[in-house]
Design a protein around this ligand. Sequence first.
Ligand code: HEC
Ligand code: HEC
Ligand code: HEC
Ligand code: HEC
Length: 229
Amino acid sequence: MKSQLRCLKWAGLAAASLLLTLGATSAQAAIGTIVGSVHDFSTTGPNATYKGTSTQVCIYCHAPHNTGSTLLWNRATNGATYSLYSSTVSSTMNATTGQPGAVSKLCLSCHDGTVAIDSFGGATGSKMVTGAPLLGTDLSNDHPIGFPYNAALVTADPGLRAVSTAATIGTGNVGTIESKMLFGASGAATVECASCHDVHNSTSGTAVQAKLLKVTTVGSALCTTCHIK
Ligand code: HEC
Ligand code: HEC
Ligand code: HEC
Ligand code: HEC
């Protein structure tokens, strides 16, 4: 149900995006959208090291007509296997982490350092993510991802909020933890990179958070959205 809704939303927005792409100018707001953000790799993008030769913004990740079935993905396939987080010392994790879900693999197609930023649309590029944004393929020291967060997990770990708990993304984008932060069908939806980050820099309204975070880290509000601590 939820994934169907996401697909419908995607179809509508894809149409809108074509108009957006055709009408885009450098006058477009740089705050609260992907245009002009760290993920704008177009010729007018902000980072000279990473920007490419296409004038389009979306094309580095999505294409309107394409073989990639997940979100019209336009990037080279990422075949890496990852080292996963596990709380081997304290054994307090209740969830079993698996390989990152499809949505996280999208992020990792740049952030694990195995695929170049400009490897899209069938081309093989050469610009790799370096420095702090490079996570690599060892995710054992990163917040766990790729596991369902649902009622059964909350029963096992009373330190987690119910996924029906209200969550506010940026300013006024109100929903639940499940609807705003988890990915997949209701009851089986998973924690992924995009649970905490908005790759498009767009869900935050006027209050754009550092590091593209969906919720501020002031007072650790991001963490306490899900954890009762
Ligand atoms: C740097 C890569 C990247 C770029 C560039 C990018 N996207 Fe995305 N997009 C993603 C990823 C990753 C997801 C899945 C994670 C998510 O939904 O937040 C996604 C999901 C989406 C979705 C479905 C989920 C949602 O948020 O509604 C839409 C629609 C979308 N992108 C449209 C666009 C448009 C339009 C552009 C250009 C203006 C664009 N994207 C540019 C990476 C990108
Ligand atoms: C097309 C390649 C690509 C994809 C796909 C991509 N990123 Fe990035 N991302 C980058 C690069 C390159 C940078 C560094 C840009 C810079 O420093 O100017 C970056 C920077 C970031 C930053 C740091 C922002 C800051 O303000 O310092 C975050 C957080 C981030 N990405 C998260 C994500 C997440 C989460 C996803 C998936 C939902 C994703 N990225 C998908 C290439 C990508
Ligand atoms: C539970 C929330 C959460 C999840 C899940 C998460 N992140 Fe982050 N991420 C953060 C926070 C918080 C920061 C800011 C940390 C800081 O500033 O010290 C951050 C920082 C980053 C940065 C910026 C690093 C830098 O210093 O420039 C990148 C890139 C990034 N995350 C990518 C990812 C990717 C890719 C994934 C999935 C593999 C992911 N994140 C999953 C919360 C999360
Ligand atoms: C979208 C919801 C969500 C957000 C936001 C979130 N977490 Fe989590 N986190 C979880 C879930 C679910 C688990 C798995 C808990 C379990 O299995 O018992 C988890 C696991 C963890 C663990 C591992 C616990 C263990 O027993 O090994 C730590 C530590 C943690 N989170 C810290 C944080 C911190 C710090 C932040 C803020 C930067 C954060 N989390 C943000 C949902 C979230």
